[in-house]
Design a protein around this ligand. Structure first.
Ligand SMILES: [Zn+2]
Length: 207
């Protein structure tokens, strides 16, 4: 049975409702909004999504989302190339960039170690971090991963891998408001926690 008066509307609602956080009701509201707008709005919306999906690549160096082989952050020689901040995904890069407190480079893992979901170190961009240590002049690695069991496991895994190279490993200060997701932390707190980072060894003693 078709609950909509139009199969085409039903199809669009069905696709929109596959987006995270979008239920059928919201999807219908969005679809009706698109119908109300000029046709060019739908064209731009559709083509920008298709273009993004087809043309975006991952930076060869840091795995951040990029329009070119090397992302704008890695290509910017004004940044401190001796310091790398390791994060779970691109959203964390955006969150940290918004604080304007960090001028180093990033390394985006593309997830964190999660045995229950079957995500191991080899599924992540970890091997490439070791390659960077070999080829770049890296003096400090800041671990800015979520304050969860999986985040801590991943931090410890990376710490054990990189400490033998004599790189200084630090972690962002876990202040009062730093939650599970860097993305949801307010800019001031996150900015402060980057400035007040601690040697990783200290964070192990506390837990
Ligand atoms: Zn990059």
């Amino acid at each position: 049975m078709n609950e909509y008066s139009s199969k085409l509307l039903e199809l669009a609602v069905g696709e929109l409702s596959r987006l995270p956080g979008i239920g059928k009701k919201t999807a219908l509201r969005l679809a009706l909004h698109i119908l109300k707008e000029e046709e060019v709005f739908a064209e731009n919306l559709g083509s920008s999504i298709i273009k993004m999906r087809k043309e975006i690549v991952f930076c060869k160096k840091c795995n951040n989302i990029s329009d070119a082989d090397t992302c704008e952050i890695c290509a910017n020689h004004k940044r401190d190339e001796n310091t790398i901040c390791v994060v779970e995904d691109t959203r964390d890069v955006l969150a940290i960039e918004n604080t304007a407190q960090f001028n180093g480079l990033y390394h985006v893992l593309g997830g964190i170690i999660n045995p229950i979901e079957g995500i191991g170190p080899n599924d992540l961009f970890i091997k490439h971090l070791i390659e960077r240590i070999h080829h770049e002049d890296i003096r400090e690695i800041i671990l800015a991963l979520p304050a969860t069991v999986e985040g801590d496991t991943t931090s410890f895994y990376i710490y054990r891998l990189v400490k033998e190279f004599g790189v200084n490993v630090t972690t962002i200060a876990r202040g009062v408001a730093v939650g599970d997701e860097l993305e949801y932390t307010d800019e001031i707190t996150l900015g402060r926690s980057i400035l007040n980072r601690l040697p990783f060894e200290n964070s192990m003693k506390r837990s």
